[in-house]
Design a protein around this ligand. Structure first.
Ligand code: KIV
Ligand code: ZN
Length: 522
């Protein structure tokens, strides 16, 4: 903004990403330390202000992942969650103390129902415990955030009282969550506005909001809070999170960017990294983004209806309110073919932001050659799928060597599967109710693993009947979830690869146990 030659800077809204904490609490989204680190690195490229890396007390695995992120990811503040308990605060500090910019995030419920039924504490006891724990955290870390859990259903006078007290005790950010996704945007506006107007020392801290999506209002509530004076938004990639999820980072950031005329604020986010971050989180969690999801869904920029296409052809702005390039979507889908060669392959990967080490690159190149033999045109999405399989796959304890399936009308499907395991070939021939069932039963027999199949999702990577089918499976054993991907022009082969990849993950985790995770009662 330029007034009389003076450049006026817009207010910056801080983006606090909690994909690795609240997002990871989402049913079925279970990530190992390496995957969390990969996501944290990408979040740093996205330039979020804060990464909530986990809940240190939850498990040794969570603590280890937070420490790894704290030691290696530079740029954003690295934060760990803690209940209002001494052991939680100390564990949180253990997690983040190596970070360039550490933060301890303490929360305590403040609504009558949570205080009475969950904490079984009187408001005075809650206030005392909150002040004590913020005081303790402050002796360890300069940057302390305090969250009034279930603020959306808390009494306003009590909110003002506890917020004032924890600021006096040293809190530097105050978060006012709509924990159960209950409030309406106007109502939430009033809560935040009330805090900003009625807490005398509120100007000393950052006012943060954290909205859940139970009524589909998480983004609307977060935006309403910005207008009421909040300067930090807590959100997750793809809107992951407990139950219906949290406010989606990509929707908030693009709403603020697209409607800067309305909100008059900026974020520090490098929006060109949005699409890649969304794909990465979806790949690693196995939680597929719905096609019509705003900003990052497959159809978000697709114009099917003839009338729209006509409008878009004469001027994109008729129906497109955002430029797809702004979120990092490329125009070109056709990239490489059989004769493109290694140089072009490496260059295209680099353009897509992937820099693999020599060994992984060679493996990915061989997969590319094999695919190019079957498929004329290799797209960016094909490359992404090859690379994500090579980078993120667990060690190949079991490898698919051969698969023959007989199926059709009027016959019982039968799968003949050969795997390699510890240098030997193992084979099984099994009948099933369908070709995938027969294949999976054979793999279970050979690996002696009988996980529960939670999700089986099949998608065509591009259009056309020669497209690769990409299968994502999520399996469960002993309460832990494992994701596997497989891509092939033959969907039964893709299904087998995905199932084996998930089993390899299960075997890898069981051999180096991360420690059983039990989310503490929030
Ligand atoms: O939803 C919530 O209230 C939370 C807090 C722990 C910040 O996730
Ligand atoms: Zn939450």
């Amino acid at each position: 903004m330029c007034l009389n030659g003076v450049v006026k800077m817009s207010k910056i809204i801080k983006i606090f990403d909690t994909t690795l904490r609240d997002g990871e609490q989402c049913p079925g989204a279970s990530l190992n330390s390496e995957e969390k680190l990969e996501i944290a690195r990408q979040l740093a490229k996205l330039n979020v202000d804060v990464i909530e890396a986990g809940f240190a007390i939850a498990s040794p695995g969570d603590l280890k992942a937070i420490q790894e992120i704290a030691k290696t990811v530079k740029g954003p503040i690295i934060c760990s969650l803690a209940r209002c308990r001494k052991e939680d605060v100390l564990a949180a500090w253990e997690g983040v103390k190596f970070a360039e910019k550490p933060r301890i995030h303490i929360f305590m419920a403040t609504s009558p129902i949570h205080m009475e039924k969950k904490l079984k504490m009187k408001p005075e006891q809650v206030l005392k415990a909150a002040v004590e724990m913020v005081t303790l955290a402050k002796t360890l870390c300069q940057d302390v955030e305090f969250s009034c859990e279930d603020a959306g259903r808390s009494e306003h006078a009590f909110l003002y009282q506890i917020i004032e007290a924890v600021i006096k005790a040293g809190a530097t950010t105050i978060n006012i969550p709509d924990t159960v996704g209950y409030t309406m945007p106007e109502e939430y506006f009033k809560i935040i506005h009330g805090v900003v107007k009625n807490v005398p020392n509120i100007d000393q801290v950052t006012v943060s909001v954290h909205c859940h999506n139970d009524l589909g209002l998480a983004v609307a509530n977060s935006l309403a809070a910005i207008n009421a004076g909040a300067t930090q938004i807590e959100c997750t990639i793809n809107g992951l999170g407990e139950r219906a999820g949290n406010a989606s980072l990509e929707e908030i950031v693009m709403a603020l960017k697209t409607r800067k005329d309305f909100h008059g604020v900026d974020t520090n986010i490098n929006t060109k990294e949005i699409y890649k971050t969304s794909r990465l989180v979806s790949n690693l969690t196995g939680l597929v983004v719905q096609a019509n999801k705003a900003i990052v869904g497959r159809n978000a920029f697709a114009h099917e209806a003839g009338i729209h296409q006509h409008g878009v052809m004469s001027d994109k702005k008729t129906y497109e309110i955002m430029d797809p390039h702004d979120i990092g979507l490329e125009d070109s889908v056709l990239v490489l073919g059989k004769h493109s060669g290694r140089h072009a392959f490496v260059k295209r990967l680099k353009d897509l932001g992937y820099e693999l080490d020599k060994e992984k690159l060679e493996k990915a190149y061989q997969s590319f050659i094999a695919l190019a033999d079957k498929k004329k045109e290799i797209t960016d999405r094909d490359l992404e799928s090859i690379v994500s399989d090579e980078i993120y796959a667990a060690p190949e304890t079991y490898k698919l060597e051969a698969l023959k399936v007989i199926s059709g009308t009027g016959i019982t499907p039968i799968a003949d599967v050969t795997l390699s395991f510890k240098g030997k070939k193992i084979k099984a021939k099994v009948k099933g109710t369908g070709p995938v069932d027969a294949t999976y039963l054979a793999i279970q027999k050979l690996t002696k693993k009988q996980p529960k199949l939670i999700d089986y999702i099949i998608q065509a990577i591009t259009g056309g009947t020669d497209a690769q089918g990409e299968v994502t499976v999520r399996i469960e054993e002993n309460g832990k979830m494992y994701v596997g991907h497989g891509a092939d022009t033959d969907i039964i082969v893709a299904s087998a690869k995905a199932f084996i990849a998930a089993i390899n993950r299960l075997v890898a985790v069981q051999s180096v146990s991360d420690g059983a995770k039990q989310h503490p009662q929030l």
